[in-house]
Design a protein around this ligand. Structure first.
Ligand SMILES: Cc1cc2nc3c(=O)[nH]c(=O)nc-3n(C[C@H](O)[C@H](O)[C@H](O)COP(=O)(O)O)c2cc1C
Length: 404
């Protein structure tokens, strides 16, 4: 898998002759499984059609700052929030000038001004336009703002002249992006590995009967998917559920807490452990090899199970750098979670109130509080939303924990 897989790129196409090369760039990005949204300047449509761009990106083309059909969506804010980086290709002399002055007169310039994402500019223009003092001063300003340049290259130009001003070839831009994302991607550089436990465990009383709980595994599965989607090497150790995962996740199915424990140990060392499984606190000590008959006297003896979260948190040599536990509580959620963090020595506890049937076991929704080990970090509440959304937010927090 390349570092570009699943990256979200906002591609701004300006009105220059080399806009045709951008169609090839889109094709190569798509081959690397990059998700692309595009903004076309008004003048770019003189060179390429929105239809070609929409067909190749398989996404809508954005071109209007004042799109009354889309007003509520505020494209100029949302497009920037959505992407991992913005690429402007070709970046015309005109657009470079507008960006250097912080103009916000069309969708392209407004999105870029409103963005805190990295902006990569691939200029293309006639050699004298490029060498003009005005353009050179604009470039100096843009570099000071933190904009990144790729190219332009030297060569024969469409206008028949020779010199610096050709847009970098799409393949060069792809190579550049690969390097750029590798450099800025802790996950890729360090090949992060995560263990996620999910679902219920079973404690057998006899060969056909067991003690278990209502955990559906949904939140854990969503977290495993979100981590894997970000390029983290993810192993999901799961009790019995009705759920499926994506291909990239290494899934290990278990039944008992002991099996979950053994498989978890086998996965060490890992960088991240997220324990969402609803592990049985107790197991049966007097397991009956044969099925217990109705007439038999049933006398269940229980003993405490191994605490996997605590084991990982207190591991001397192979402790994951980040150990996160889930606390399903029915009352006094935050205080119980705080007690848990202190007794188990994990880094975060993510607590949810399973007494609320709208957000608890089995529901597609959740609402959680994140409690951190550090006293100077305030609890955070992730308000009620889909478990998949909660998983994405938790994943972003996990990643920024490693990036910081
Ligand atoms: C045939 C033709 C080719 C052009 N090629 C370029 C070019 O390669 N680079 C450039 O900066 N401007 C080029 N221009 C000028 C731009 O189209 C013009 O400056 C326009 O205002 C750019 O608009 P935009 O930056 O909003 O897309 C060209 C114009 C024409 C008519």
């Amino acid at each position: 898998m390349t570092v570009l897989k699943n990256k979200k790129i906002l591609l701004v196409i300006c009105g220059g002759i080399s806009a045709y090369k951008t169609l090839e760039l889109i094709r190569l990005l798509k081959k690397q499984e990059v998700e692309i949204k595009t903004i076309l300047t008004k003048n770019s449509k003189k060179f390429i059609t929105p239809l070609s761009v929409a067909s190749l990106t398989q996404n809508k083309v954005y071109d209007d700052l004042f799109d009354h059909n889309n007003e509520a969506e505020m494209d100029h804010i949302n497009l920037s929030r959505w992407c991992d980086a913005i690429i402007v290709a070709p970046a015309t002399a005109n657009t470079l000038s507008k960006l250097s002055y912080g103009n916000a007169e069309d969708l392209a310039s407004t999105v870029i001004l409103a963005s805190d994402k990295k902006v990569i500019l691939a200029p293309a223009m006639n050699v004298r336009m490029w060498e003009h003092e005005a353009t050179q001063q604009n470039i100096k300003k843009l570099k000071n703002f933190g904009y990144i340049f790729i190219g332009p290259e030297k060569g024969d130009m469409a206008c028949g002249e020779y010199g610096e001003g050709k847009m970098s070839e799409p393949k060069q831009i792809i190579d550049f992006l690969n390097e750029f994302f590798k450099k800025n991607n802790y996950i890729y550089k360090h090949n992060l590995k995560a263990i996620v436990t999910a679902g219920p465990t079973k404690e057998y009383i006899d060969p056909v009967r067991f003690i278990s709980n209502q955990s559906s595994g949904k939140q854990g599965y969503e977290i495993a998917k979100a981590l894997s989607k970000k390029g983290i090497d993810t192993t999901l150790i799961t009790g019995q559920t009705e759920l499926n995962t994506s291909e990239n996740i290494n899934v290990i199915k278990i039944e008992t807490t002991n099996q979950m424990f053994e498989e978890t140990k086998r996965q060490l060392p890992a960088d991240i452990a997220i324990c969402t499984a609803a592990v049985s606190d107790f197991k049966v000590t007097n397991f009956n090899k044969n099925k217990i008959k109705k007439k038999d006297k049933l006398n269940l003896e229980l003993e405490k199970n191994i605490d996997i979260l605590e084991y990982l948190s207190k591991h001397n040599s192979l402790r994951p750098k980040l150990v996160v536990g889930f606390a399903a509580e029915t009352n006094d959620v935050i205080n119980n979670a705080k007690t848990k963090i202190l007794s188990k020595h994990c880094d975060w506890i993510i607590a949810n109130d399973v007494s609320n049937s709208e957000i608890g076991f089995g529901s597609d929704l959740n609402e959680v509080s994140i409690i951190y080990k550090e006293d100077n970090k305030n609890n955070e509440v992730i308000s009620k939303r889909k478990k998949s959304e909660i998983a994405k937010i938790i994943t972003e927090k996990v990643i920024s924990n490693f990036n910081s």
